[in-house]
Design a protein around this ligand. Structure first.
Ligand code: MG
Length: 199
């Protein structure tokens, strides 16, 4: 689906879920990154599976593999969650990334061939593969109106990465574009969740 059409769909779905999205934004610390997520604490809080976005969450945009610190964090996750309960749910499951994970984290599965987030199809697939109810799955994403919104629609748990990995030196135009997009999402959400926007 073309980018603009998906943006329009996202916006209409966001209006429906604006209160939950606004609560998520308000309760997320500005410096939230994967490094602030303690896998053991997540497990104790009832999370049984992880669905991880890639761009911004494990590496800067367009990177072929996770950053070294993200790799260490993934290893911590592996020690807590069974390997077959960690998934990569990216709108860009490129062959290079799939190959990298197959070599370094063979049990971590890429979800592909589904409609892109914010459609809940990818999370529904995760629930099916992990044989878990959606509410036991944590979707970790740096985009409110794609991954976090998909989690709310699917009935999964959203985790908003508000301090994503960015590399302005490598992909300046793309990173600036996504920086604006993320800021735009927050601004848009604040607008549609103003008191006069509530019915
Ligand atoms: Mg992302």
């Amino acid at each position: 689906m073309p980018f603009i059409s998906r943006m329009i769909v996202s916006l209409s779905l966001a209006i429906r879920h604006r209160r939950e999205l606004r609560n998520l934004l308000d309760r997320t610390p500005r410096d939230n990154s994967i490094l602030l997520l303690d896998p053991e604490a997540l497990r104790q809080a009832g999370v049984a599976a992880l669905a991880l976005d890639f761009d911004g969450v494990l590496a800067p945009h367009g990177a072929p593999e996770p950053l070294p610190e993200a790799i260490l964090w993934l290893k911590r996750c592996e020690a807590v969650f069974p390997d077959d309960r960690i998934f990569i749910l990216s709108n860009k499951p490129t062959d290079g990334r799939c190959r990298w994970f197959a070599r370094h984290f063979p049990a971590i599965r890429f979800i592909s061939g589904v409609r892109k987030k914010p459609y809940p199809d990818g999370l529904n697939r995760v629930a099916e593969l992990a044989a878990l109810p959606p509410w036991a799955i944590l979707m970790v994403d740096d985009r409110l109106l794609t991954g976090c919104l998909a989690a709310l629609i699917a009935g999964a748990l959203p985790c908003y990465i508000r301090s994503p990995y960015i590399s302005l030196g490598n992909r300046t135009v793309a990173e600036l574009f996504f920086w604006l997009l993320r800021a735009g999402e927050r601004g848009c959400l604040r607008m549609i969740s103003l008191p006069w926007g509530e019915q």
